[in-house]
Design a protein around this ligand. Structure first.
Ligand code: HEM
Length: 410
């Protein structure tokens, strides 16, 4: 629960509020490059590592030992990871926003984040099974392991880049091209396969889908890794193609768009849950397709930005809003989601805000339609409301007493 509440705080304040502030400034000046890249990167880092990363570490500590039937790890490792991670991500945000002794702060933050990850990894990966041998690894576990290595790669790149900047640069901002390559690793290389892995584990049961196509899942992962490597090497068009094929193969593996064979298990969440999961996977395809368009268009900040938010808001945030509200209340001490109706409202708001944002970012930033600058702040406020309602629903859920409910896997 500590990890989840911490993730919510990062999501709201350093993440979303700063993102909204940035977008309002960009829109009022009608120029994408009118604000400092450090402010944009502070927002991106808080969202990817402060929110999503903290959630994933918490869910990993809670679920990986249980799923792999491992011996319990020492609780101090979860607390130490939390302290190092939170201080690391917080110092990073401050080093970008208030560049006071930023060289030391940037290096310290990168080192703390890496140290936190290594303690997490040691705790959940190295324990021996309790009694007898562990089951052979299922393909979805490979996907989660690949995603974990994607997180490790992102953190190592962060250490290397921070070191370079501390030695040679006069600002804590990552150079634009490196930032673009780094973001491919930390979004498509870390968060996307993590969402696929847990989707493959839980969604066939939650949505009553046909049995998983394990071989497709392995191919999807292979295409995705290829896309990330090629993208990191600056072949953005080829990367987009691999990422799109990987995403389509992952959808074919989990069989989201084939008729369900059993009724969805929507007890304690809103019954629209399966529809929003399908919409989120639609955004994943849109994000990959937009990245191909952006690569073809050359310097196209509006199309890159639209692709990034189709991925981070349309896919990642929507998946966390859907699956998070399904599993987190029971993970956090057998609780029941406070308001399924609020879940519906926030998902409708998130998807509407995302649609307005992605469409108007292309129209405004690429100078196709000036009226679209006026739509961007509206889209930001709609997304902010959705994010705030998600936090309220979870915090009220945690504040209520636990009840006896079915396990999240039933
Ligand atoms: C209320 C919702 C949000 C708003 C208003 C917002 C706003 C922005 C803005 C204005 C930028 C600058 C680039 C551009 O104009 O496209 C940006 C970049 C970015 N955002 Fe968001 N954002 C939101 C939600 C999110 C979420 C949920 C995530 C991740 C889970 C995210 C991750 C990122 C990343 C990774 C970048 C790129 C940072 C970089 O260049 O290093 N954003 N966002």
């Amino acid at each position: 629960m500590t990890y989840i509440v911490t993730g919510l705080i990062f999501m709201l304040l350093p993440g979303t509020f700063l993102g909204v502030w940035n977008l309002i400034k960009i829109s009022s000046r009608e120029a994408a490059e009118s604000i400092s890249p450090v402010w944009i990167q502070a927002h991106g880092h808080a969202q990817l590592f402060g929110w999503v990363g903290t959630f994933i570490l918490g869910i990993g500590f809670c679920s990986i030992p249980k799923l792999r039937k491992l011996k319990p790890f020492a609780l101090w490792s979860a607390w130490l990871t939390w302290v190092l991670w939170v201080v690391g991500v917080t110092v990073r945000w401050f080093s970008n926003i208030y560049p006071w002794h930023w060289r030391i702060a940037l290096l310290l933050s990168a080192a703390l984040e890496l140290a936190a990850f290594l303690i997490f990894f040691q705790a959940v990966a190295s324990h021996r099974p309790s009694g007898g041998s562990a089951k052979p690894l299922e393909p979805w576990i490979f996907v989660v392991i690949a995603a974990t290595l994607g997180l490790l790669a992102s953190l190592l790149l962060n250490v290397g880049a921070s070191f370079q900047l501390a030695l040679n640069a006069d600002s804590p901002a990552f150079p634009h091209l490196f930032d673009q390559r780094y973001l491919i690793v930390s979004t498509w290389g870390f968060i996307v396969p993590m969402v696929w892995g847990f989707s493959a584990r839980w969604l066939p049961v939650f949505m009553g889908l046909r049995p998983l196509r394990n071989s497709f899942l392995v191919f999807a992962l292979a295409f995705n890794i290829l896309g990330v490597i090629v993208g990191f090497l600056e072949h953005f068009f080829a990367a987009g193609i691999f990422l799109l094929v990987g995403a389509a193969t992952a959808i074919g593996a989990i069989r989201f768009f084939e008729p369900a064979v059993k009724p969805a298990k929507t007890v304690n969440v809103h019954r629209s849950f399966p529809a929003f999961i399908r919409i989120a996977y639609g955004w994943l395809l849109i994000a990959a397709a937009l990245s191909i368009w952006a690569a073809l268009a050359g310097a196209a900040p509006g199309i890159w930005g639209a692709s990034r938010h189709a991925l981070t808001v349309g896919f990642v945030a929507a998946m966390i809003f859907c699956v998070g509200q399904r599993i987190l209340p029971s993970f956090c001490g057998m609780r029941v989601l406070w308001s399924p109706k609020l879940m519906l409202i926030m998902l409708v708001l998130l998807m509407s805000g995302c649609t307005l944002r992605v469409a108007s970012e292309i129209l405004a930033y690429q100078e196709y339609a000036t009226w679209a600058w006026n739509v961007l702040p509206v889209s930001a406020l709609i997304e902010l409301t959705a994010v705030a309602l998600f936090a309220v629903n979870l915090v009220v859920t945690f504040a209520r007493p636990p009840v006896v409910v079915a396990s999240p896997l039933t």
